[in-house]
Design a protein around this ligand. Structure first.
Ligand code: PEP
Ligand code: MN
Length: 636
């Protein structure tokens, strides 16, 4: 059952409810959601729910109607984000796992790890215990294979996953791996599920060959009831009468499962099809259907593979697939998970001179639910605390004063162009550095109070940019309503909520509707769907080195001024050319207090090792002034 707690409940009453339930034989799990805190109570005993209803601090009690309880969306409305090493699975990210079917040798797994990591995979797979249809087929290298897998994962900074077949192996395997895989053939091996659940480690749970979705979720329930809440489901094809493919990929299971459970679900196009040529198209189908990731078999020499060679991609095919997925991820409004990922909480505080309490806080301009907040959730974490600020300059102030560890500032939109204010603010804050970038696709929605009807809307509020970007929709479908400019998209949603008028609507992102409990009347109403905003992640200089130490930087932002003579800008840019540095952006900005003089803002790739440093020295000699605004990892 779900026990919804009152908002102002005291710790004492909370504990009293918990011990009451435990005494009655329930296992109790506290779930802190965005809107409410609940206790999920599961167990074999049955009591009259009115007994719980009467307890002090209980707002309501709802029985869970599904046989799977801990896994059900009824219990937990928000998506679960599973953490595997430094990789996150679920929410708005797409995590790609790749590697050979089986670890065959140290050299083989090292070679494949290097190529899948280079292409963008974030988790390394490789079987050490292979459940084979034939007892005469290769059974895996066992513990020796686990050692090689771990070594390869560590060498390339990737967490690793592998299949467990024997419950008694669980404690031994925890030394080597970051996530257990339960294979399709073992999905209903309940002793195995219990042993793995008990470790508390993340688990990739494949759907059984003949399992219904409900049976699959019941298997997840076994894992969760035994002690892990870190479960990722994996659709890998089911057995049907069709023999043209190895199995039949049940793509529709993805959206179905997402409605039923809060757990992330990924797809395995390799075992589903059994044929290399079908792996890429089915990968795209899985991501298009909403999957949170893929597990793909890749082999450097598939013809000689000990198992599943015909379905293993060549490294070059995998690389191409990753590029296609990069393009598709923006279409589905998600980002490809990268490693190492940045976690505000993982940065050692001792090395930074800002207060510990600000360590998890990221500042942004706008109200809760703004697109900048979405960018924060993508770059950091769903649980990161955010600090909404009234203006861009107050974001810089919050970072300078240590009220926030980081700031997320938009710098460019593919339709609207550069946000000059933020470039100028960077120029004016020498103690602030750019340490990261985040891109998001801007998807506008028509949002109104629950129960409102599109045809009855008379006024539509949004930021002028939001209104302009939905001009076609407003003209063609909402001619009966008046467009009214508002200072902020998410703020417009808050305004409608406050006035409580069902004839008013706002244009904003999905998070703004969620934050305010509003209804989306129509999704994706922007005229041009190729609408992306790029953000910079900023922080104080002293924190920047710590942040960068966990990422592989490939881009620099510079600001410089050149002498007032013919060819001076040309000569500066020639330095970049000479050292093979690809310039990605160039802007000129007026210098305050110096009429008709300009500073130049440049973004450049870093080129080969040492090239940027050498170029910088040469630029210093040519420029009047030059400052590196930051170095970071760019994804385009
Ligand atoms: C595997 O991942 O190598 C495997 C055996 O998968 P499944 O259990 O889905 O057949
Ligand atoms: Mn396989």
């Amino acid at each position: 059952m779900i026990i919804v707690l009152k908002q102002q409940i005291s710790e004492k009453h909370k504990e009293a409810i918990r011990s009451f339930l435990v005494e009655k034989g329930y296992t109790v799990k506290e779930i802190i959601g965005q809107e409410e805190t609940i206790f999920g109570a599961v167990g074999q005993s049955t009591i009259d729910i009115r007994e719980v209803q009467m307890l002090e601090g209980v707002a309501s009690v709802v029985p869970i109607s599904k046989p799977y309880k801990l896994a059900s969306r009824e219990l937990k409305k928000e998506d679960t984000i599973v953490t595997v090493g430094n990789v996150k699975i679920g929410g708005n990210r797409i995590a790609i796992m790749a590697g050979p079917c089986a670890v065959e040798s140290r050299e083989q797994i090292m070679t494949i790890a290097a190529s899948v990591r280079e292409a963008g995979a974030v988790i390394l797979r490789g079987g050490a215990f292979k459940p084979r249809t034939s007892p005469y087929a290769f059974q895996g290298l066992g513990e020796e294979g686990l050692k090689y897998l771990k070594e390869a994962g560590q060498a390339y900074g990737m967490p690793v996953t592998t299949e467990i077949v024997n419950p008694s192996d669980a404690p031994m395997m925890t030394k080597y791996i970051d996530m257990f895989q339960i294979g399709a053939r073992n999905m209903q091996n309940f002793e195995l599920l219990k042993a793995v659940g008990k470790t508390g480690m993340p688990v990739l749970l494949k759907r059984g060959l003949c399992a219904t979705i409900e049976e699959w979720l019941m298997a997840a329930e076994y894992l969760m009831a035994s002690g892990t809440d870190q479960v990722v489901l994996c659709e890998r094809g089911i057995r049907t009468y069709e023999r043209a493919t190895r199995n039949t990929l049940d793509v529709s299971a993805i959206p179905v499962v997402q409605k039923m459970t809060h757990l992330p679900v990924i797809g395995d196009p390799s075992h589903a099809t059994g044929m290399r040529d079908m792996v890429s198209p089915m990968s795209l189908a899985l991501i298009a259907s909403g999957a949170s990731g893929l597990i793909v078999e890749v082999h450097n020499n598939p013809e000689k593979a000990f198992s599943d060679g015909p379905q293993s991609l060549y490294p070059s095919q995998f690389e191409k697939l990753m590029r296609d997925l990069q393009a598709l991820s923006a279409v589905v409004g998600k980002s490809l998970e990268r490693i190492p990922r940045l976690q505000a909480s993982s940065l050692p505080d001792a090395q930074v001179a800002v207060s510990a309490s600000s360590d998890l806080i990221v500042a942004f301009q706008g109200e809760r639910g703004a697109y900048s907040e979405l960018a924060i959730r993508r770059a950091f974490d769903e649980t990161t605390q955010v600090l909404p600020c009234p203006s861009f300059s107050s974001v810089f102030d919050a970072v300078m004063q240590g009220k926030a560890a980081y700031g997320m500032i938009p710098v460019e939109n593919t339709l609207g162009g550069t946000l000059y204010e933020n470039l100028d603010l960077l120029d004016r804050h020498p103690a602030i550095q750019v340490v990261g970038e985040q891109q998001i696709r801007i998807i506008h929605n028509l949002i109104a109070l629950p129960g409102a009807k599109k045809e009855e809307i008379r006024e539509i509020y949004s930021h002028p940019q939001g209104l302009a970007q939905c001009a076609q929709f407003l003209q063609n479908e909402m001619a009966h309503a008046q467009a009214i400019p508002f200072f902020d998209t998410a703020g417009a949603v808050g305004h409608i909520k406050q006035v409580g008028d069902t004839t008013k609507a706002a244009i904003a992102g999905v998070p703004a509707a969620k934050v305010h409990g509003m209804e989306i009347l129509q999704e994706g109403i922007e005229s041009n769907s190729r609408n992306y905003t790029r953000f910079y992640i900023i922080c104080r200089e002293e924190r920047s080195a710590v942040y960068r130490s966990s990422v592989a930087v490939n881009r620099a932002s510079l600001n410089f001024t050149v002498p007032d003579r013919p060819g001076s800008l040309f000569e500066a840019l020639l330095v970049l050319t000479k050292h093979g540095l690809n310039m990605k952006k160039l802007e000129s900005r007026p210098i305050p207090g110096k009429p008709w003089e300009y500073s130049f803002f440049v973004e450049t790739e870093l080129g080969d090792a040492g090239a940027f440093e050498t170029a910088l020295e040469e630029l210093k000699a040519l420029c009047h002034s030059i400052r590196v605004l930051g170095t970071f990892t760019a994804n385009h």
